[in-house]
Design a protein around this ligand. Sequence first.
Ligand SMILES: Cc1cc2nc3c(=O)[nH]c(=O)nc-3n(C[C@H](O)[C@H](O)[C@H](O)COP(=O)(O)OP(=O)(O)OC[C@H]3O[C@@H](n4cnc5c(N)ncnc54)[C@H](O)[C@@H]3O)c2cc1C
Ligand code: HEM
Length: 371
Amino acid sequence: MGNLSRLLKESWTLVEEQQDKVAGYFYARMFLSNPELRNLFPVTMDVQRARLLGALVTSMQLVDDPDRSDEYLHALGRDHRKFHVEPEHYEIVGSALLEALRAVAGERWAIEYDQAWRDAYQVISARMIAGAATDTNPPYWNAEVLTHERRGPDVAVLTCRPLQYPLSYRAGQYVSVETPRHRPRLWRTYSIANAPDADNTLEFHVQAVGAGWVSSALVRKVRPGELLRVAAPMGSMTLDASSTRDIVCVAGGTGLAPIKALVQELTRYNRTRWVHVFFGARDRDGLYDLAELNQLAARYPWLSVVPACSDDDGFTGEQGNISDVVARYGPWAEHDFFVSGSAPMVRATLRTLAELQVPSIRIRYDSFSDG
Ligand SMILES: Cc1cc2nc3c(=O)[nH]c(=O)nc-3n(C[C@H](O)[C@H](O)[C@H](O)COP(=O)(O)OP(=O)(O)OC[C@H]3O[C@@H](n4cnc5c(N)ncnc54)[C@H](O)[C@@H]3O)c2cc1C
Ligand code: HEM
């Protein structure tokens, strides 16, 4: 570990137990000295939502690892344009961070800690600012909702179209979305559920989760005609056109979204690769897009679809967790894999694939939650 990292870690241990206090001080300091910055943040800022401070502290550890962090920090800087962050804001945030750390650590704070945080922040923020400066995309696209279809109590399929410029992306990527009318300044990530098409439409499959803010608004409040904001695409769960291997897709719930985009892309050129889609949910309602998948399978001989329910005795198809169902088929050691869904579902599937000796290099996945 470099000297800078050591000083950052050592000084953070002085305040780690009092993170709430650091966060409180940090935001108060920032908003008192620059009240206009308050408008960049969500209306309700409970501790869980106070993402910036936690993110700042984590990112500082990247300072000793330029190879790994450069691309990430450039992308983070580009992405911050959607929050309306301008280069001059970085210094304000840096000072507020330092003052918060100093105030909470009290007498134990040493002068070399001050310099370490200053240096690290300078390096990290310079990379973010450079990333933002070279971005040729708009900070976000305004996109008009075209259709909104409920597929059960918690799921909706919606389409929208960016108004100003086309948004280029690859099948399998995701974007962050804001619903300005309902949840201003809260951005959440959603996979685009269709392959890029000529009329520039984006489809999303959204499942409202627990006490969540944005997904529930997208499912229950958003209506055709209103505007969403959509930021630049990210993610690498995309097709490798040079691979000739057959493909297995494993989707849990709305984890189907990026898989559907990949399948749609394959319908445009694939003739030679077998594609198996495993689609799991707790019950039949959760298989919200099975009818469309079955239509695709009827049309394209290379596509097969296996639906499964983990908690629905009346379902006549496969029973059990989708990871176990995948293991019943196979062998899979020569296939490319795409896995998408909740964190427990993705974890279970990766475990199964490891047991089945599938090399990890052939697996691409997106995990929808941290848990
Ligand atoms: C790369 C990526 C792609 C995604 N694509 C999609 C998609 O296509 N469709 C889709 O419906 N979702 C997708 N998600 C998940 C989506 O971003 C989250 O469900 C969303 O952040 C929830 O936002 P919220 O404001 O509704 O909930 P929040 O207000 O952020 O969370 C409220 C509470 O719910 C918990 N929670 C959050 N997400 C989940 C979850 N997924 N499962 C269980 N508990 C959760 C949180 O821990 C918190 O306690 C994707 C996530 C990632 C990382
Ligand atoms: C070194 C500098 C910075 C780093 C490493 C950093 C990092 C991050 C990260 C990782 C996130 C979480 C992103 C997400 O959840 O999608 C975030 C959120 C955010 N950042 Fe930054 N950031 C920095 C500087 C700034 C500055 C200067 C501002 C301007 C005020 C800013 C404003 C925000 C806002 C508004 C959010 C969303 C907060 C929320 O949803 O609660 N950041 N930051």
